[in-house]
Design a protein around this ligand. Structure first.
Ligand code: MG
Length: 364
């Protein structure tokens, strides 16, 4: 039996991971559950899965994440932000497999994670649906034969909005995501397409492909989860109904593929559309590319600024259009030359959040 720790067990991915485990009871044993703050839900999960330990970050601090991974073969990381960076690095050092659903860890700390992967025995696998698709497409192929990765995007709730409509688009409209049911932060990131920008950086680290070879295509039906073009021109795509339990199960059972409870895909009479994003309306994708090119701590600067903007947007304190402008301003103004370490990432995250809040409050 594989021993599992879930960091972020009460969120959308955490809950669905437990669903997959329940469907395959004889294969997995839950060792630890860590939630952010939802004690009620955590206690209920603990009753059902009997973990050795379970904590909330709010009560026990981020240290509980590192203690939670101790007995696990696979550490599912579905926390928010970069709170799990130390736990991810420790898990790699210990030789465990990290199943990463949280993209911020790689976006901000990709250099560190890469360094740890080269020095220690631990492995990193992805639970992000697009990246799982790419992973499945490149299995059995040579890295040198990959021409490019094509990340598909649903386009989010505002994909058909005009520039005028975007000016007044409210968070509660964004939360009605057309195809995926996800947490609030990622649903807003999907509406701004920041999510896809972050996924470019994530894909670059996961598959060791330069961002220039990673493209984005809007695909509103969310059936094709991403594609890989090879040197001979062949394009491989991975398809299924939009259902996160599939990439979660693939990560947990890899290299095996097992039957699942996902509804079978029927393509008959289905229309699949693909088009390029409007980069003038959805500026966050290129802000990600810029921050990634600058390197160092700049992806962490972008991520922290975005975190604050999403929070303020959810509270109706700023408009949709402000999100990209504020992030752009922070990227232009905020100077950082520190070396990347887990500590400098967490410090930068804190300082940039204060800086961004000050901009929004009109202090700077
Ligand atoms: Mg994704």
């Amino acid at each position: 039996m594989k021993k599992i720790a879930i960091l972020g067990s009460t969120g959308s991915i955490g809950t669905q991971t437990l669903q997959v485990i329940k469907n395959n009871e004889n294969l997995f044993q839950v060792k630890s559950l860590v939630a952010y703050s939802d004690k009620k839900k955590l206690n209920k999960q603990a009753e059902g899965f009997h973990p050795l330990n379970y904590f909330t970050i709010k009560d026990d601090g981020a240290k509980c994440l590192t203690s939670a991974i101790k007995d696990a073969d696979i550490v599912v990381v579905a926390t928010r932000g970069i709170v799990a960076i130390d736990a991810v690095l420790q898990a790699i050092k210990d030789g465990r497999t990290v199943a990463l659903a949280n993209k911020e860890t790689l976006v901000c700390g990709g250099e560190l994670v890469k360094d740890y992967l080269s020095r220690y025995k631990g492995k990193l696998i992805t639970v992000d649906s697009e990246h799982s698709a790419i992973w499945q497409c490149i299995e059995g192929n040579k890295h040198s034969q990959i021409n490019k990765l094509i990340l598909t995007a649903s386009g989010g709730a505002f994909k058909n909005f005009t520039t005028e409509q975007l000016k007044t688009a409210k968070a509660k409209e964004a939360l009605k995501h057309p195809t995926w049911s996800m947490g609030q932060k990622i649903t807003i990131d999907s509406a701004t397409m920041m999510n896809k920008g972050l996924e470019i950086i994530e894909a670059s680290y996961l598959f060791d492909i330069p961002q220039e070879q990673i493209e984005v295509l809007i695909h509103p039906q969310s059936i094709v989860h991403s594609m890989v073009e090879f040197c001979d021109g062949a394009v491989m795509a991975q398809m299924s109904n939009p259902d996160m339990t599939l990439p979660i199960q693939y990560a947990l059972t890899y290299p095996d593929r097992l039957p699942s409870k996902a509804a079978p895909l029927s393509l008959a009479d289905k229309k699949l559309e693909f088009y390029l994003p409007d980069y003038n309306k959805f500026k966050c994708i290129n802000l990600c590319r810029q921050a990634f090119s600058r390197g160092g701590l700049y992806p962490a600067v972008l991520n922290a600024a975005n975190d604050v903007c999403v929070e303020k947007y959810l509270k109706n304190k700023i408009g949709f259009w402000d999100i990209a402008s504020i992030i752009e301003r922070v990227l232009n103004e905020y100077k950082t030359e520190s070396e990347i370490s887990a500590d400098s990432l967490l410090t930068t995250d804190k300082l940039v959040k204060i800086y961004t809040e000050n901009i929004i409050d009109g202090v700077i």
